[in-house]
Design a protein around this ligand. Structure first.
Ligand code: AMP
Ligand code: MG
Length: 341
């Protein structure tokens, strides 16, 4: 039986798979000297090409749907960046999309919506760019938000194992509100498998994950949370929304993203894909105060600070521990203080 959002899901699955092929192709060309020279050009090319692929697909199927995305083509259109644009066009050609610079930039700019509207898509063409450059974890994240609620969410994680303990790399997780979370291979073979969060209720057994980048999350503070809950395991550090995938699949109980910088507002494309997948897998997601995330303020989570994603059993315990810890570190403006303040 056809269900609501079937077409949206089918279009987005194809688009994420094509974008993943682009990202893998660009990543395979990264040589050690690129990293040494701190050359971000591969991520620039892959970012734009991935965004072009996904915006093209959404634009074709749903021409009236705005997209709130991370990239804009402004820099790509500049004369001096013509070689970048050529590389983007080459990557698109390799996934069967013949186009010109003007058309590709037009696709990219479909994602220039900034403000809230009742129905929109949000897109991070490569989340975790640092992980992408290090050839570690990164994610392609797409979500459809209707009336402020995420209805469809997808996370392509090209470097995450297809299944825990398996040998195939490349995970694609998706969720439609009310229909559970599912995993398929990025290649598109095999039937979808249901995804469930862990049932662990003993915090001493809990596994938690967080960003590799210390300026994206207060790692010292999460160590305090872990100690307060009696957690003994070292955190699993990985880039991108792959952290949501890990919690959704029950390979970790908790994902902590604790504000590390005063005034930083989380961007919706860094979370929308992962949030619904964790929730539909049976987990819970809120900000660090336990407040539900609000996706009706434009491109930022203006009403929230930080993120706690966890299984249902442990989520309230984490929020209670955070409340106590933040009470010990009072800060101006009500913004959670870094632990060393
Ligand atoms: P992660 O890979 O989980 O460390 O997250 C990568 C994302 O962090 C990027 O897509 C950025 O949008 C976002 N980001 C950048 N600066 C900050 C910050 N100060 N706090 C939290 N997230 C940030
Ligand atoms: Mg991102």
């Amino acid at each position: 039986m056809a269900s609501r959002y079937d077409t949206e899901l089918a279009v987005a699955l194809d688009a994420v798979r094509a974008a993943a092929r682009v990202c893998r192709s660009v990543q395979a060309k990264i040589t050690p000297d690129v990293l040494q020279k701190d050359d971000r050009s591969p991520v620039t090319v892959a970012d734009f090409a991935s965004q072009a692929v996904i915006c093209r697909a959404i634009g074709k199927a749903f021409p009236n749907d705005p997209i709130i995305g991370e990239e804009e083509s402004g820099t790509l259109r500049r004369e001096e960046n013509a070689p970048f644009l050529d590389r983007v066009l080459m990557e698109l050609r390799d996934v069967g999309i013949e186009t010109c610079g003007k058309e590709a930039c037009g696709w990219i700019d479909r994602a220039s919506q900034k403000t809230y509207v009742p129905r929109f898509w949000t897109l991070d063409p490569i989340d975790g760019t640092k992980g992408f450059l290090r050839k570690e974890q990164y994610a392609i994240s797409v979500a459809l938000v209707v009336d402020g609620q995420i209805q469809v969410a997808l996370l392509g994680c090209p470097n995450l194992m297809c299944e825990a303990g398996g040998t195939q790399t490349g995970a694609l997780l998706y969720a439609v509100r009310g229909q559970g979370s599912w995993a398929v291979s990025l290649e598109g073979d095999g039937p979808p498998r249901p995804v469930h969060a862990s049932q662990e209720s003993d915090p001493t057994q809990a596994r938690f994950c967080e960003s590799v980048e210390a300026n994206h999350t207060a790692q010292g503070l999460s160590a305090k949370v872990a100690a307060a809950l009696g957690m003994t395991r070292e955190p699993q550090r990985l880039d991108s929304q792959a952290k949501y995938a890990v919690v959704a699949r029950g390979e970790a109980e908790i994902y902590l993203r604790l504000p590390a910088k005063y005034g930083y507002k989380e961007k919706i494309w860094d979370h929308a894909g992962g949030v619904l997948i964790v929730e539909e897998a049976g987990g819970r997601v809120s900000d660090v105060m336990g407040k539900p995330l609000e996706f009706n303020h434009g491109f930022e989570l203006l009403a929230n600070r930080g993120i706690v994603a966890a299984n249902c059993q442990l989520h309230p315990r984490v929020i209670a521990a955070l409340e106590e810890i933040y009470a010990k570190f009072p800060s101006p403006q009500g913004i959670p203080a870094p632990p060393n303040k």
